[in-house]
Design a protein around this ligand. Structure first.
Ligand code: HEM
Length: 420
C-alpha cells in the first residue's frame, strides 16, 4: 500500500468501524489502495469474517495465509463451478452467456482435470524455452523505441505493449493485428457497466468475430507442419485436436485472459515498487542477478488478482467459524500475501528474499495458475532488457488504479526513462 496516498483519518476510521460492518468488496477501496488497512484489522481480529450485506450479497472473507491454503486445496468442499457462481466475488452468470463458452478455471473435477491436462503442455517449461528468443527480441524492439528523458505513460506505452506482444508471440498471431488480442481479452470479461462494451449483444458480436478469426488460424495450422505456437500445438496434440470448437475457443480465451491483465499489472507494479523502495532499486542496479528473486517478489507484492472465490458444497468449519452449504467464500490473496505470521517482513518489498516463491498470487491446489512459469519468464526477460538500457525508470506522478475488487490494476503510471 502506498501510505502517502492514504487519507489522513482513514486509519482511525478503520480502527473504529464495528467489525461486522467491514465490507472489503467495495471496488473504491482498491482504487484508493486503502483496502490493506481493512485486511490488516481482519487478520488481527477476525481472520474468517462474514459480511452480511454488500453489493455482491453476503460473503465470507478468508484473510490469513494458512486458512486460504486450506480452502484452495479443498476442492471437494469448495467449488469453482460457474453455475454456482464461479471464481470471483461477483457471480459469473454473464461469463457463460457470452457465447456459451466454458473455461476450466470455473469447473470442478473431473472435467477440470481433463481440460487442464489437454492444454497444459502448451505452457510447459520446455516449450517456453523455445519461445524465449522471440519474446526477448520483441521486448528489445519495444524498449529500443522508447523516448529517453520525456514523460510517458508506462502502462500504455510499455506494459500493455509488452504483454500483447508476448501473447501474439505465444499464439504466432498476425503481428500487425496483435492489439485484437488485448481487445478480446478485455471484452471476454467485460460487463456493459464497465464501458468497454456497449451491451451484451455488442460483446457477443465481438466474440463471434474473435471465434471466426481463431477458426481461420486453427484451420491454417492444422493443415501445416506442427510448430511451437500454442494454436499449432493444440491443433496437432492428440489430447486437444478433436476438441469441439467452442471448447477450444474457451480454453484459448482463458489463456489470453489469464496472461493479459495479470502480467501487465506485474510489469507496472514492479516499476512502482522499485520507486517506492529506492534501496531495493540501488541493490538491483548493483546486482542484476537479483532479477531472478525479484520477479516472484514483484508478483507477491502486486498480487495481480486480489482474490478467488469458491462456493461451499457442504457445511464446514474454518478458524472456528461455521460456513454453511451454498455460502460464498472469498480467499483474499492480497491479504494472505501480507500475513506476517507466515511471510517474514511481509509489508516490505525485499528483492533478495530467501524463499520468494512462497506467496499466494498464483493460488494453490488443483487450479494453481497454469501460466506461472510463463509469467515469471516474461518478467525476467523484460527486467533483464530494461536493466541493460535504463539506469532508472523514474515515476514522475501519482499512479492511477483500477476500480475493481478482482484485478489489482494500475491504469496510468507517468514515468521518465534515464539511459544507462
Ligand atoms: C489460474 C494468477 C499469469 C493462465 C490462475 C489463478 C490465479 C492466477 C490466482 C487461479 C488459481 C486458483 O483458482 O486457485 C495469475 C497471475 C499471473 C498469471 C498472478 C501473472 C503474474 C498467467 C499466464 C497464463 C495464465 C501468463 C497463460 C498464458 C492461467 C490458467 C489458469 C490460471 C489457464 C486456470 C488454471 C486452472 O483452473 O486449472 N492464475 N496468473 N496465467 N492462470 Fe494465471
Amino acid at each position: 500500500m502506498d501510505t502517502d496516498m492514504v487519507e489522513p483519518n482513514i486509519r482511525e476510521k478503520v480502527a473504529f468501524i464495528p467489525i461486522d460492518e467491514i465490507d472489503v468488496a467495495r471496488p473504491s477501496l482498491f482504487q484508493k489502495d486503502t483496502v490493506g488497512l481493512f485486511f490488516e484489522r481482519l487478520r488481527r481480529e477476525e481472520p474468517v469474517h462474514y459480511c452480511r450485506e454488500s453489493y455482491v450479497g453476503p460473503y465470507w472473507s478468508i484473510t490469513k495465509f494458512d486458512d486460504i491454503m486450506a480452502v484452495d486445496t479443498n476442492h471437494k468442499v469448495f467449488s469453482s463451478e460457474a453455475k454456482l457462481g464461479g471464481i470471483a466475488i461477483e457471480d459469473m452468470h454473464s461469463a457463460k452467456s457470452a457465447l456459451e463458452l466454458e473455461m476450466f478455471i470455473a469447473m470442478d473435477p473431473p472435467k477440470h482435470n481433463q481440460q487442464r491436462k489437454a492444454v497444459t503442455g502448451a505452457v510447459a517449461p520446455s516449450n517456453l524455452l523455445l519461445l524465449e528468443p522471440t519474446i526477448r527480441e520483441r521486448a528489445c524492439q519495444i524498449l529500443d523505441d522508447l523516448p529517453v528523458g520525456e514523460d510517458i505513460d508506462w502502462v500504455d506505452k510499455v506494459a500493455v505493449e509488452l504483454t500483447t506482444m508476448t501473447l501474439a508471440t505465444l499464439f504466432d498471431f498476425p503481428w500487425e493485428e496483435r492489439r485484437k488480442l488485448t481487445r478480446w481479452s478485455d471484452v471476454t470479461t467485460a460487463a456493459p457497466e464497465t464501458g468497454i462494451v456497449a451491451s451484451y449483444e455488442a460483446r457477443r458480436a465481438e466474440l463471434i468475430e474473435c471465434a471466426m478469426y481463431f477458426k481461420g488460424l486453427w484451420e491454417q495450422r492444422i493443415n501445416a507442419e506442427p510448430k511451437n505456437d500454442l494454436i499449432s500445438m493444440m491443433a496437432h496434440s492428440p489430447a486437444t485436436r478433436d476438441m469441439p470448437f467452442l471448447e477450444f475457443l474457451g480454453n484459448l480465451l482463458l489463456l489470453i485472459v489469464g496472461g493479459n491483465d495479470t502480467t501487465r499489472n506485474s510489469i507496472s507494479g514492479g516499476v512502482l515498487a522499485l520507486n517506492q523502495n529506492p534501496d531495493a532499486y540501488l541493490k538491483l542496479n548493483n546486482d542484476p542477478g537479483l532479477i531472478t528473486s525479484m520477479v516472484p517478489e514483484i508478483i507477491r507484492w502486486q498480487t495481480p488478482l486480489t482474490h478467488m472465490r469458491r462456493t461451499a458444497l457442504q457445511d464446514w468449519e474454518i478458524g472456528g467459524k461455521k460456513i454453511r452449504k451454498g455460502d460464498k467464500v472469498v480467499m483474499w490473496y492480497l491479504s494472505g500475501n501480507r500475513d506476517e505470521t507466515v511471510i517474514d517482513r511481509a509489508d516490505e518489498f525485499i528483492i533478495d528474499r530467501k524463499n520468494p516463491r512462497h506467496h499466494l498470487s498464483f493460488g494453490y491446489g488443483i487450479h494453481r495458475c497454469m501460466g506461472n512459469r510463463l509469467a515469471e519468464l516474461q518478467l525476467r526477460i523484460i527486467w533483464e532488457e530494461i536493466h541493460k538500457r535504463f539506469a532508472k525508470i523514474e515515476v514522475t506522478g501519482e499512479p492511477e488504479r483500477l476500480f475493481s475488487n478482482l484485478v489489482r490494476g494500475i491504469t496510468k503510471l507517468p514515468v521518465r526513462l534515464h539511459a544507462r
